[in-house]
Design a protein around this ligand. Structure first.
Ligand code: PEP
Length: 255
């Protein structure tokens, strides 16, 4: 069955790579995926490598994402980076609300909302991450947690803004653990997310892309992509090797 939404895979390189290493990885990824059709691909290097990587990739087809941003445009906010600065560096997207930001740096839904809206104002696509912990899943709170995170992140967004977002469902217990959600577990939550989105904007919800993240690899992406509401992947570990990420993009877009 033909996909109704274009597949999208984004590699999240986290805190890895010198500028030279990032350029080499980006170049290999670009060369490896440039012949793959009907797919969007992005990589998210560290801040220090963003500009160099964006320059290297400026002729496409691989886009550059930042891993985080602040919500203010300028001022006395030592250490922060504004979305317009990311756009200036060549980014097209920015990841917001990653569970590592939430868990290690205390980021709350209200901050994720401010970041996503600031990103939209700067012309960037926010990839908004949501996901439950293992304790929440075991306590039967998965969908309640997802609903709260989603509603918090999307508060006060207009339909025109909603149309430009990407959601990433990333169960915290599956990130970097080698333990991915089963396709059925992913589909249950993706379907729930899309139905919540439909309550906000019925005509937009079928068009919005919902990525799955959490130990995605070339070997498991096909089964995940076979689910109706899984539109791609946010990929950590498997994006740090060009060979494994290229294979994943090929497998995922072929399914
Ligand atoms: C991530 O960083 O968003 C992620 C899903 O990591 P991994 O693929 O390594 O689980």
């Amino acid at each position: 069955m033909a996909r109704t939404r274009r597949a999208f895979f984004c590699g999240n390189w986290k805190l890895n790579g010198s500028i030279a290493e990032s350029l080499a990885l980006a170049t290999d990824v670009r060369n490896g995926v440039s012949s793959v059709r009907d797919v969007d691909v992005a990589v998210a290097p560290s801040f220090t490598a963003l500009h160099a990587v964006a320059k290297r990739l400026e002729d496409g087809p691989v886009m550059v994402a930042a891993q985080d941003c602040f919500w203010e445009e300028k001022g006395a906010f030592t250490g922060e980076v504004a979305p317009s600065q990311l756009a200036d560096a060549g980014c097209k997207l920015v990841i917001v609300g990653h569970s590592e930001r939430r868990q290690l740096f205390g980021e709350l839904d209200a901050a994720v909302n401010l970041k996503a809206r600031a990103a939209l104002r700067a012309g960037l696509t926010p990839i908004i991450c949501i996901g439950e912990t293992l304790a929440e899943r075991d306590a039967g709170e998965t969908l309640g947690r997802i609903q709260a995170q989603l509603d918090g992140a999307l508060a006060d967004m207009t339909d025109a803004e909603l149309e430009r977002i990407v959601i990433a469902y990333e169960p915290v217990w599956a990130i970097g653990t080698g333990r991915n959600a089963t396709p059925a577990q992913a589909q249950e939550v993706h379907h729930f997310i899309r139905s919540r989105l439909a309550m906000r904007a019925a005509t937009l919800a079928p068009k919005l892309r919902i990525l799955y993240g959490g130990s995605v690899k070339a070997d498991n992406i096909r089964a995940l992509m076979a689910e109706e509401d899984v539109d791609g992947g946010l990929v950590g570990g498997a994006s740090l090797s060009a060979e494994s990420f290229i294979r994943l993009v090929k497998e995922g877009s072929a399914s």
